[in-house]
Design a protein around this ligand. Structure first.
Ligand code: GLN
Length: 513
């Protein structure tokens, strides 16, 4: 078996036993990237030299018998929404094309401390807004299973690079499904941890009350190892929770006795592709054959989840993205050199008209902000900013934002009630397999509806994982979604591993040659 075909767990065993060096492992993945990323487009940047230098450092440390971190010598790819000190962090936006953060995100710092090899930054929807990676300002990412199709999003690059064996592990972020949905569409394992489990420090904010970083990998075992490294309290993020991190990678192999699996009627309604439904129901039967019991649960408010999410997320985005004005941060319009000129013009007009208040449209500073934002942001980001600004404006705040917050609470209550009866809820992660590139770009509503099974996890702040559970007749991956109560990552990972011990969907790989 080639190195790039191995799971992270097996690669680590190779590294530890001397079967391979980190330089060899890193070179194997770099060669894979050279070969296939031209067609897949998962990476915005590949850190060839830095990755090899880090691999050499780890090999040297190992040779000297120095203590090594948990991921010593393993390549990890990072979604370009997480700050990497001194290295571009673009969020796939023109706005941040030139941005080099002066510090590392805590997730990145923890990977470095664990002696991981940071192999590159992956493509995404601009500012993580989207579900197909078509909103990247820089490039398309294609689904390795069918290059005419989207990889899902917004962590499309993170999922595609693992699916195409261009990295054994990657980090994504999930605000409304952006780890789980692309994992499902690309046939890999992806987990959104409970809100607060992983530090958001240095994760460029989209919707702060929903954003969470998490692992993508081939297997639940690998995801457990990666989560263990990145999870835990961080005093730099006041929303990170101060709770010990269980040793997920130890417990993942312990089977779950008497697992109670919930099925929600609401997850099997209108819009669900019959092939996806069949694969999910078969997965549930696999669990039954492993001793799990299946129970009906009800999530009556889930029909409002998409509407609630598409109020709350844009509201938070409109506030978070206000900082990109071309002055404090980000892209500044080329015409900014005209500001002085415009100021003179304004001063003379003021004198002429002796008007005390000029329309702010005519204010050169505002003009520069407007141009910078108009040119720096893509269409979907602007749409979200406008939706959010509208919903937060005087007179609409109560009717939209406040109402959405109340429904959010009801959605969480549904889960609390369901989890009083079951350990996990199983269902589809996306209503259909990956769709064709371009098919939905001009139909934002159909894009938003694609999120119907994932957004409630974020609204409720609970955990979720997607694992491969089948292939469609067209040969496209189908994902099984498991949702858990808060801080039950251990249970999610063990249940996912149990499934992967009994099935081989996670071992299927796309043919790329
Ligand atoms: N598709 C969803 C959106 O566009 C989710 C994005 C995400 O999780 N970052 O908002």
């Amino acid at each position: 078996m080639s190195l790039f075909d191995m799971t992270a767990t097996d690669l680590l065993a190779q590294l530890q036993s001397g079967g391979a060096t980190s330089v060899e492992v890193t070179q194997a993945f770099l060669a894979r990237i050279d070969c296939h990323d031209k067609s897949v487009g998962a990476f915005l940047r590949v850190n060839r030299e830095a990755a090899l230098a880090q691999a050499e450092r780890v090999d040297r440390k190992r040779a000297c018998g120095e203590p090594l971190g948990r991921l010593s010598g393993l390549p990890v790819a990072i979604k370009d929404v997480l700050c990497t000190a001194g290295e571009p962090t673009t969020c796939a936006s023109r706005m941040l094309e030139e941005f080099r953060p002066p510090y590392d995100a805590t997730v990145v710092a923890r990977l470095k401390a664990a002696d991981a090899v940071l192999i590159g930054k992956t493509n995404m929807d601009e500012f993580a807004m989207g579900g197909s990676t078509e909103n990247s300002a820089f490039q398309l990412t294609r689904n390795p299973w069918d290059l005419q199709r989207i990889p899902g999003g917004s962590s499309g690059g993170a999922a595609a690079c693992v699916a195409a064996s261009m990295a054994p592990l990657s980090i994504g972020t999930d605000t409304g499904g952006s780890i789980r949905q692309p994992a499902g569409l690309c046939g890999v394992t992806g987990m959104k941890p409970t809100y607060g489990r992983v530090s958001r420090y240095g994760l460029v904010a989209f919707a702060s009350s929903l954003d969470q970083a998490g692992p993508l990998a081939r297997t639940a075992e690998d995801a457990a190892m990666l989560l263990e490294v990145i999870a835990g309290h961080d005093r730099l993020d006041s929303t990170s929770v101060d709770r010990p991190v269980p040793s997920y990678s130890q417990s993942v192999r312990r089977p779950l006795e008497g697992l109670r699996l919930g099925l929600a009627r609401e997850h099997f309604g209108e819009g669900l592709d019959p092939e996806v439904e069949k694969a999910v129901r078969e997965a549930v039967r696999v669990y039954e054959s492993l001793g799990a019991t299946v129970h009906d649960v009800s999530l009556p408010h889930s029909k409002y989840a998409v509407a609630t999410y598409y109020i709350i997320a844009p509201c938070e985005a409109s506030s978070n993205l206000a900082r990109y004005d071309g002055v404090h941060y980000g892209y500044r319009t080329d015409q900014s050199d005209r500001v002085a000129e415009l100021e003179t013009e304004l001063a003379s007009r003021r004198a002429e008209t002796s008007a005390t208040v000029l329309d702010e449209i005519d204010n050169p500073l505002v003009r520069m902000y407007r141009r910078s934002r108009a040119e720096g942001f893509g269409a979907e980001v602007k749409r979200r900013i406008m939706l959010g600004t509208y919903a937060l404006s005087a007179g609409y705040y109560d009717a939209y934002y406040l109402k959405a917050l109340k429904v959010r609470r009801l959605i969480r209550r549904d889960f609390d009630e369901a989890f009083a009866q079951v350990d996990l809820i199983a269902g589809p992660v996306a209503p259909t397999p990956a769709f064709k590139i371009g098919e939905r770009v001009n139909d934002p509503l159909s894009m938003y509806l694609f999120d119907l099974y994932t957004v409630s996890t974020n609204l409720a702040g609970i955990g979720g994982i997607s694992i491969p559970c089948g292939l469609s007749s067209a040969g496209l991956p189908i994902g099984l979604h498991l949702q858990s109560p808060p801080f039950a990552e251990d249970c999610l990972l063990r249940a996912a591993h149990m499934f992967q011990q009994a099935t081989d969907w996670h071992t299927r790989k796309p043919v790329l040659d």
